[in-house]
Write a protein that binds this ligand. Structure first.
Ligand SMILES: Cc1ncc(COP(=O)(O)O)c(C=O)c1O
Length: 396
């Protein structure tokens, strides 16, 4: 039977990491996969995570399955962590969280639930969006359409075009937003723009589906969920997906959450029951380890303070690298202006260079970036900045 299958090409981003790992050039730079790196190119384990592992090692007394929704304490704390304790949706008990295998698993089971509500209904995604959104969400049967988002000329947001298109979205539609740190563009909505989106969502009645994979890596823990909290006050129903891969550094542990907000506690519970039913059909029960670590950190004020401090440092480092990159290119009289990179947030930006230039960076300088010219800012460091900027200038 299997001989009927043709071998597929490697996933473009994962394939890039493999090619980078095989490259023997000591000056090689990986600006591909979306993984945070420190100045030495390592992806560190948060000190709070290490400590939580020690505590959990002593506390865990069984390897029996955990509940279908995961750890209750993870779920209640992640809701407070995202929304704050006094958000109306929290006070009205209209939010319910389910632990999932990473943000990707959460996206999939959330989208499967939405497709059960109205099979084949339209899901609007930004143009462009994270490379795995369309494969991951489209394979549920939802009908994917895109709304304008990135303006390649100004390196900013096509806000008017986005709003005009979203006026077509009706109460039967779902609109996917990136909570913060838009992947791949780094272009986020301002507070005023979120205010307009919330008004539009209320007027049109579409269901916001918010993907939050970089909470705390944009401008701050409260600031990064401004739009999400506002939307949850403006509409009756919403689905939020949360990843702990980047902001807790728990990538391989595969921990995320899908949070349902219904118009009433009963509707939220019904939505949640469908998500656990879908998870049961797909992979049965969630993994425990990552959720145990996140709940341990969120429970323990000392660990929380340590975690937050490290997250703040990561964010400041990324923002500092944005300036370093743009300013160094300007000082070296690069033929193009890269100052837009300083106005963006999170781990990514589009360099805006051609496929041929991307290929030359790889072939001539062992600098790896994805074909869209998305760069992972965290792959830049004071050690490689000269080599990197000289190479970029040489291919421009
Ligand atoms: C926008 C976005 N959503 C979701 C994810 C999925 O994250 P996870 O690794 O937790 O599955 C990513 C990861 O890159 C992402 O960038």
């Amino acid at each position: 039977m299997l001989e009927s299958l043709e071998k597929l090409a490697a996933d473009p981003i994962l394939g890039l990491t493999a090619a980078y790992n095989q490259d023997n050039n000591p000056d090689k730079i990986d600006l591909g996969a979306g993984v945070y790196k420190d100045a030495d190119g390592n992806t560190p384990i948060f000190a709070a995570v290490k400590q939580a592992e020690r505590l959990w090692h002593d506390e865990e007394n069984t390897k029996a399955y955990i509940a279908q929704v995961g750890f209750e304490d993870f779920n209640s704390r992640i809701i407070n962590h995202i929304f704050g304790r006094t958000h109306p949706a929290v006070e009205d008990k209209r939010l319910c969280s389910i632990m999932a295998p990473g943000g990707s698993g959460a996206l999939r089971i959330g989208a499967e639930m939405l497709n059960r509500c109205r099979p084949g209904t339209t899901l609007w995604v930004s143009d462009p969006t994270w490379g795995n959104h369309i494969p991951l969400l489209g394979s549920t049967g939802l009908n994917i359409r895109s709304y304008p988002y990135y303006d390649a000329d100004s390196h900013g947001l096509r806000f008017d075009a986005m709003m005009n298109t979203l006026k077509q979205a009706t109460k039967n539609d779902i609109v996917l937003f990136h909570g913060c740190c838009h992947n791949p563009t780094g272009v986020d909505l301002s507070r005023e723009q979120w205010d307009s989106v919330a008004e539009l969502a209320k007027k049109q009645g579409f269901l916001p589906f918010i993907d939050t994979a970089y909470h705390g890596l944009g401008t701050g823990l409260d600031e990064d969920v401004y739009g999400l909290r506002l939307l949850a006050e403006s509409v009756d129903e919403m689905v939020i997906v949360y990843s702990c891969s980047k902001n807790f550094g728990l990538y391989r542990e595969r921990i995320g959450a899908v949070i349902v907000m219904g118009a009433s506690t009963e509707i939220t519970e019904a939505g949640t029951s469908h998500i656990t039913n879908i998870a049961r059909q797909m992979y049965s029960l969630p993994p425990a380890h990552g959720g145990a670590l996140v709940k341990t950190i969120l429970q323990n004020p000392e660990l929380y303070t340590s975690w937050k401090q490290e997250l703040d440092e990561m964010r400041e480092r990324i923002n500092g690298l944005r300036s370093l990159f743009a300013d160094t290119l300007a000082e070296k009289n690069a033929p193009s202006d890269f100052s837009f990179i300083k106005n963006q947030y999170g781990m990514f930006s589009f360099l805006g260079i051609s496929k041929e230039q991307i290929q030359r960076l790889r072939d001539e300088y062992s600098i790896y970036l994805v074909g869209s010219s998305r760069i992972n800012i965290a792959g830049i460091s004071p050690k490689n900045i000269d080599y990197l900027t000289d190479a970029v200038i040489s291919v421009l």
